[in-house]
Design a protein around this ligand. Structure first.
Ligand SMILES: C[S@@+](CC[C@H](N)C(=O)[O-])C[C@H]1O[C@@H](n2cnc3c(N)ncnc32)[C@H](O)[C@@H]1O
Length: 237
């Protein structure tokens, strides 16, 4: 498949994406993933060090979708960027929304202190997108990338079979970026809920999710890099 065909298919998928019809269990699992990401980033030292003064902390949510991580970034000077007009329309914030392609962003070099790029790299040319993120980061700025892990033992099909062009990403794909002056500061995997729990009714699944939420960090120490997702923090040199 050519890159432009792949990109057109991804765009078509997101322009027509209607998550309001998803079954309860799927919404619960997506919330679980989101809560884990929120928890990991909000406790991260670099994130905690960001200042609220607008001229200091410029943030970009690249591939923001309908704004799942708005609460994490709303107090900074944040730009929300996505290439789907449909999702940007559904995003409740009215301010600072830009429709653009992550592989060719309409920003000057070295603008942002922090870039979030959550579940986007799987759909795009990995290296082009990463180098664009690096370009718009200030020196010493950080990017947090979240991707579906190629080496997961969970293999939950709801996160790997979205019926759109989608390539899973490995720890080594990030390690290979060191030669681009984009240094890997930390990487871990998260989300260890085995897919079989989906069969339980909502009330029981919620309790199981709570248990996995509380123990995610511990499990990730034993099952290093085997979780369903990777979260990687990179620093621009
Ligand atoms: C799985 S969603 C994640 C959305 C959001 N980051 C979140 O975690 O809720 C993937 C997002 O990437 C966006 N996307 C895919 N390819 C893109 C591209 N080339 N440029 C900008 N956004 C893109 C899609 O429109 C969609 O909003």
């Amino acid at each position: 498949m050519t890159n432009s065909k792949k990109s057109a298919d991804v765009l078509e998928f997101y322009e027509n994406w209607d998550f309001s019809k998803y079954p309860d269990y799927l919404t619960l699992l997506m919330d679980f993933e989101e809560n884990l990401i929120y928890d990991i980033i909000s406790k991260d030292e670099f994130f905690k060090s960001l200042k609220l003064e607008t001229d200091f902390s410029k943030v970009l949510d690249a591939g923001c979708g309908f704004g799942s991580f708005y609460n994490l970034t709303k107090d900074f000077d944040t730009i929300y960027m996505d290439f789907s007009k449909n999702l940007l329309k559904k995003f409740k914030s009215k301010k600072n929304k830009i429709c653009a392609d992550i592989e060719k962003m309409p920003f000057n070099d070295s603008v942002f202190n922090l870039v979030l790029c959550i579940n986007v790299l799987e759909h795009v040319n990995f290296l082009n997108a990463i180098l664009e993120v690096k370009r718009v980061l200030k020196p010493n700025g950080r990017a947090y990338f979240v991707v579906v892990n190629k080496n997961s033992i969970i293999n939950d099909e709801i996160f790997i079979d979205w019926k759109i062009p989608h390539e899973l990403i490995s720890v080594n794909d990030f390690k290979a970026l060191e030669s681009f002056d984009f240094q890997l500061e930390s990487i871990r995997s998260f989300y260890f809920l085995p897919p079989l729990f989906k069969i339980f009714p909502k009330s029981i699944l919620k309790k199981i999710i709570d248990l996995f939420f509380k123990n995610d960090e511990k499990i990730s120490k034993y099952l290093k890099f085997k979780g369903q997702f990777l979260i990687c923090k990179m620093v621009k040199k």
